[in-house]
Design a protein around this ligand. Sequence first.
Ligand code: F6P
Length: 352
Amino acid sequence: MAVSGARKKQIAVVTGGGDAPALNAVIRGIVVRAISLGYDVLGFRKGWAGLLGEGEHHPLDLDEVEDIHMLGGTILGTSRTNPYKLPNGVEQVKATLKKFNCQYLIAIGGEDTLGVAWKLHQDGMKVVGVPKTIDNDVNATDYTFGFDTSVNIAAEAIDRLHTTAQSHDRVMIVEVMGRHAGWLTLHAGMAGGAHIILLPEYPYDLNEICKIIRRRESQGKHYTMIAVSEGAHPLEGEHITQVAEKDAFDHVRLGGIGERLAREIEKLTGKEARHVVLGHLQRAGHPTAFDRVLGTRLGVHAANMVEKGEFGKIACLQGTEIVSKDMKTALGELKTVPRYRYDEARLFFGVE
Ligand code: F6P
């Protein structure tokens, strides 16, 4: 796209939190639209960390973003740094933006990154947000970009694991990401044909799980596929943490529920059980076409929001349209799986 004339002002861009497929599509959307509107764009490296200290940055022009929408990860890098938890963190962020002559900031991230963006906006900065997480648990947007890619990766894994589970007459437990919301497990489990789906929102009953496995056994189906969210837990019990330390946003690292279930199921049913932790594979690699298009549209919309002066707002998907909503609607309460959606999935468990 040909661009001429004097540049207006400069937009800083950061990507924070866990990476998600199509982050690069969002960056490309922002850059292409912003440049066409007459802005320069400067990317800061590694989330909020890039706005601290020296201000590690990277000018983003049309050549720089050409074809990056096809790549996974984020060309800017990311981190879970929280400037509000660091001495003079906020002052440093403001000073860095001033030093590099950035009048505007677009923050791409989940609830944590957007929480910082909201506070910076309240502190007088001109900030726009784009919600991001493979967990799809941000309120205010119908789907977050990256979710579709992760669902496809996890669904394919569950789908493929059927053949080995079937060959060995085993119970196969697939642990899927999702701390507090089970969207990823629900969609991947439904698409991949899991016989039992366990979500953080609905504590499970181990006896009921064993009953389903035994019933399948009596019907001549000697294997069972279980999809479980990393944040799922039994009726009486807490979720399992891997390490005690919390990150800068007070999150514990979850994991281990698959292994625990395998052990317990083996003990109670006498059937061989194995677990697979999909882990970061779910966030890795190139985004689906759906996510590339969604990310691109969100990026273009975010640049338009800067032009229109829609600060303290985020770009969201509502139905098939991209709309601007108050950043606050993305904060506070997470979007969790409603009961009726879980009940739809449970129809396929074969529960009596
Ligand atoms: O928030 C997205 C997410 O992928 C969660 O599903 C998961 O619990 C977490 O990030 C893992 O984070 P990290 O990359 O820090 O291990």
